[in-house]
Design a protein around this ligand. Sequence first.
Ligand code: GAF
Length: 392
Amino acid sequence: MSTTIRSAEDLVKDACAAFEKRFGEKPSVAAKAPGRVNLIGEHTDYNAGFVFPMALPMVTVIVGRPTASGTCRVETLAAADDPLYTEFPSKKLEPGKPKWCNYVKGVAAQMPGNIPSFDAVVTTSVPLGGGVSSSASLEVATHTFLEQMGGAGENDTEVDKILRCQKAEHEFAGMPCGIMDQFISVKGKAGHAVLIDCRSQEGRLVPMSDPSVVVLVTNSNVKHELTGSEYPTRRRQCEEAAKLFGKESLRDASEADLEAKKSEMNEEMFRRVRHVITEIKRTDEAATALENGDYKTFGNLMVASHNSLRDDYEVSCKELDQLVEFAMELQSEGVFGSRMTGGGFGGCTVTLLKASAVDKVIEHVAAKYSASGNKATFFVCPPSDGATKVRL
Ligand code: GAF
């Protein structure tokens, strides 16, 4: 069975109750921001390419109030690294422990306006460490929260907000991510996926309003420890390759360029670059296919993307490969395509399928996956809205 996703209203209620319990008064400011699932276009954002994510119905919520104490006091209700309650001076924002709070501090440090100290409670329905951007959702929720306390400038744009949240992740979490996760958490729109051109930093809304087709997110519930080290390595390899091609980024490189330079790079770098060049092309094609209601082509591109991430970019893992394989076994029942989503080495897969096939597919994948000793969780996810303030 697919997991019931807690509503934002329920999360806000929980957070408000916890706030009152801890701080003895009611919160006055609140915000929410979603996680994301990327339909296709993986490891292309930091190569100035295309990505094609949608915002999830799972959100991170933050409620709180400004204070005059000079000390920020923040609690999380979500399972995270201990302690779940922490304090820090509002004028001395530095990364440290607990790690979950670095996203809050990191964004506070980027706000252009003068923000006061604050008390806050955070909670979330975004699976943590599941490759569906729980961290970006916390960053964007925090930004949306602090905007209401004078944190943002008068002429602030959504792109400013996205870039600040990305910088927070770079500087306070040490993760040199691209802009996809923060972008979609800010600019997601219900009923749409967004084709993001990571060079121009513009998004094109693509409707996903056919009720007979749904997106299924499957959490492998495994996380391999490689993520931390492998992501920066991939990014560096791409930058080196672009330099070798004499291009600003791999977005400007073609398959012909790759063939021409083949003898100047080792076999591993060749495969890494091949993934990026072909994935950017696939993503562009996939958005058009979806616009035309051509789910078959879209699904084939998803599978090609997965294979490329597995074989060329080497960021998949056994569990993700199994989930994709098991889902694709039900192609004749209405599965169009399936692939790993996000950074890789664990986390989730995304599957596009007929709504009528959901129960059968979940049952099949769950049974086969559990035979290998793991338990998957399933979420049927309508494309949802980006971050908003919440009125209390
Ligand atoms: C992670 C990063 F944060 C994104 O910027 C993106 O590179 C993704 O991995 C891979 O597509 O989620």
